[in-house]
Design a protein around this ligand. Structure first.
Ligand code: PLP
Length: 396
């Protein structure tokens, strides 16, 4: 039998050590439940960093994938497939935008949004090509490519990876005065996470997104919302920008868009912005492939039909209330929106994470002091109660 120990040993032996994975092997998983090779059972409270909003193996999404597996999985964009148009339509209906550019991973979608903003700056706004500036926030997390880490303020993401891509200006997250001061005639975009996920579930000061959106409009600067982690109902709204009634010019989407089955990401905007591309200017072999489209279309259908934003809002409030009853003097703050919740400690959180896992709750610390709780939105109230029993044993 392949034991957890042997699997982990082999993984560490052959794989680059760019992750420090917790010592749990997923053998089977459905909904919010995970079983390891030894038969131990866990609640998944990370959901692959919000990519599993629909839970593991959502039966309808799996059925859509299986059906497509018998038809066609990959065409490349050299040819058409019958589902890409429907994927576009669903995403436009969900966002209220009218144009989509499909990619695979979140980082690729972020890169695509940066290329879009630069081109729009050069072709539409009239900024001299090569002079475009994009404003980003300190403590952001937008992915791992060279250009994306060029925007990062986290030394561990950057060390040894220079030279970096120029053209970015960093401001403090939530600081509207700094945003105003950073805008120049060459500014083409402001890229922001509506809630900073990897930084430790940081909710910006109330009114920040709204004010940022107005300042962007006044200065003909595109507002790009990176909703890769916060989108698709995670925070109790379809998109987290809705918390402040903000409609960004560009949505960057990923993770849950793939229904927990395929990597699917996209940049969604209007033709006045995404219209800057012509054939040959950008692309991806796998972007928009029919298998990805099949699972994503089904995922979006379920999201609306079953009112996932309401589910996340109500279950999030229930879960948050229970977490707030925890009595532990090491807890500094509990914050978040919907089912994206951070418990910040005054001390390193790793020992608490270890205790959680020993009690059957899978979670991981982010930025040392904060534990993120982001279970599948499909988790039941009974499962939240059961998980809370384990959380109380481990933390409370
Ligand atoms: N943007 C945000 C806000 C994210 O949280 C992440 C991943 O955690 C990414 C982008 C990058 O996504 P991916 O890992 O799919 O490249």
């Amino acid at each position: 039998m392949k034991t957890s120990e042997k699997i982990i040993e082999k993984t560490e032996k052959y794989g680059a050590h760019n992750y420090h994975s917790k010592e749990v092997v997923f053998e089977y998983a459905t909904g919010a439940r995970v079983t390891d090779p030894e038969g131990r059972k866990y609640f998944d409270m990370l959901s692959a960093y919000s990519a599993l909003n629909f839970g593991h193996l959502h039966p309808e999404i799996v059925a859509a994938a299986k059906e497509q597996l018998d038809k066609v999985t990959l065409t490349s964009r050299a040819f058409h497939n019958e589902l890409l148009c429907d994927f576009y339509e669903s995403l436009c209906k969900l966002t209220g935008k009218n144009m989509v550019l499909p990619m695979n991973t979140g980082a690729e979608a972020v890169e695509t949004s940066l290329k879009t903003a630069r081109r729009w700056g050069a072709f539409v706004k009239g900024v001299e090509d090569g002079k475009q500036e994009i404003i980003v926030c300190n403590n952001n997390f937008h992915g791992r490519t060279i250009t994306v880490i060029s925007m990062s303020s986290d030394p561990s993401c950057r060390k040894g990876f220079g030279p970096f891509t120029p053209g970015f200006v960093n401001i403090d997250y939530g600081n509207i005065e700094q945003l105003k001061a950073a805008i120049t005639p060459n500014t083409v975009a402001f890229l922001v996470e509506p809630i900073q996920g990897e930084a430790g579930i940081i909710v910006p000061p109330e009114g920040f997104l709204k004010a940022a959106s107005e300042i962007c409009k006044e200065n003909n600067v595109l507002l790009i919302a990176d909703e890769v982690q916060t989108g698709f109902a995670r925070t109790g709204k379809m998109f987290a920008c809705e918390w402040e009634g903000v409609e960004p010019d560009i949505y960057v989407l990923g993770k849950a868009l793939g229904g927990g089955v395929m990597p699917v990401s996209a940049v969604v905007s209007d033709s006045s912005i995404l219209g800057v591309y012509e054939p040959g200017s950008h692309g991806s072999t796998f972007g928009g492939n029919p298998l990805a489209c099949a699972v994503s279309i089904k995922a979006m259908e379920i999201l609306v039909r079953d009112n996932y934003p309401k589910m996340a809002l109500e279950k999030g409030a229930y879960f948050m209330d229970k977490l707030k009853e925890l009595k532990n003097p090491d807890i500094l703050e509990i914050r978040g929106r919907g089912l994206l919740i951070g418990v910040e400690f005054k001390v390193p959180a790793a020992p608490y994470v270890k205790a959680l896992i020993a009690n059957g709750v899978l979670a991981k610390e982010t930025h040392e002091m904060t534990i993120r709780f982001a279970p599948p939105i499909t988790i039941s109230y009974e499962e939240i109660d059961l998980a809370m029993e384990a959380i109380r044993k481990a933390i409370g």
